[in-house]
Design a protein around this ligand. Structure first.
Ligand code: GDP
Length: 290
């Protein structure tokens, strides 16, 4: 479910996270591995105020593994440990606890040196809508507890979920808003399903996807859709539309008269991308122009 973010919602969401932060030791920041920076809240550093933080690159099953490796290095260079995971299948989810404990190890050692029995590390998951927060909470809890869907403003009683004996996780995540001001960011969010596509034109999103794929995953398009010649000039919109038409034709998106139904072709392109049917594709690289 996608929220329409208004300034009032953002203020409220921020206040809710700040309330939760008082209770916790370590923040788990969930990003979409396909678009890590575009799925990141623009004010996250300021909001989290220096709490120890683990970055998780979720939906890595859909992302290009080579690009994800570049992102892990990108975050490491900024002093942020990052771990690629698939919350839906649980892949690498078991590595979260040791990583979180590492971030809190200095406190545990201090407690031990004072003769205090260390308590479980308290963690909070934060991220924009649809990034997989509820899925991850359920996966860590080992059962279905987190309500999927986001409503800033709806507060439930805070509960702790025990992840083994060494980590307590807040059962409701911190919901952050994405960046909106940049059109490319909006395209990436829409292409991956993080924001409602009604907010943008389907054909615009599909055109963005096709252009990115022609540039970075040309062979994938050629193989999957049998498109022979890919445009060399990435800014030649007519040539890109021809690629979209070829894809539509291949998938039978034809209107009477034999013309390709571009809206239908756009929907097919976006659906197949989101389902991972075109292969593992990342839509943002550390070196992409912003
Ligand atoms: P939230 O809004 O952040 O709580 O996101 P949800 O947990 O509701 O997940 C949003 C969508 O992403 C759901 O359809 C999930 O099934 C899907 N999802 C979550 N994690 C993964 C993942 O690792 N891989 C894939 N392919 N889909 C995922």
């Amino acid at each position: 479910m996608t929220i329409q973010w208004f300034p009032g919602h953002m203020t409220k969401a921020r206040r809710q996270i700040e309330e939760k932060l008082k209770l916790i030791d370590v923040v788990i920041e969930l990003l979409d591995a396909r678009i890590p920076l575009s799925s990141r809240n623009p004010m996250v550093d300021e909001i989290l105020k220096g709490k120890p933080r683990l970055v998780l690159l979720n939906k890595n099953d859909l992302a290009d593994p080579q690009v994800t490796a570049d992102w892990v290095k990108y975050f490491a260079d900024q002093g942020l440990p990052a771990l690629p995971i698939d919350a839906a299948t649980g892949t690498h989810v078991k590595e979260i606890l040791p990583r979180v404990k590492q971030l809190w190890a200095h406190k545990i050692e201090r407690q031990l040196s004072k003769g205090i029995n260390p308590r479980a590390v308290r963690a909070l998951i934060v991220g924009i809508p649809n990034v997989g927060k509820s899925t991850l909470i359920n996966q860590l809890a080992g059962k279905k507890i987190a309500a999927t869907g986001d409503k800033p403003g709806v507060t439930k009683g805070q509960q702790w979920i025990k992840v083994g004996t060494e980590m307590d996780l807040l059962d409701t995540p911190g919901i952050l808003w994405p960046k909106f001001e940049d059109q490319m960011v909006g395209m990436r969010l829409a292409a991956t399903g993080a924001i409602k596509e009604e907010l943008l034109h389907l054909d615009e999103i599909a055109l963005f996807v096709v252009k990115y794929m022609v540039q970075n995953y040309g062979a994938g398009i050629q193989e999957r859709f049998g498109v022979q010649d890919l445009p060399e000039d990435l800014d030649d919109i007519q040539e890109m539309v021809k690629v979209m038409e070829a894809i539509g034709r291949k998938r039978g998106a034809i209107v009477s008269g034999g013309k390709v139904d571009l809206d239908k072709a756009s929907l097919i392109i976006i659906r197949e991308l989101r389902a991972g049917k075109m292969g593992r594709i990342s839509l943002e690289k550390p070196l992409d122009k912003r």
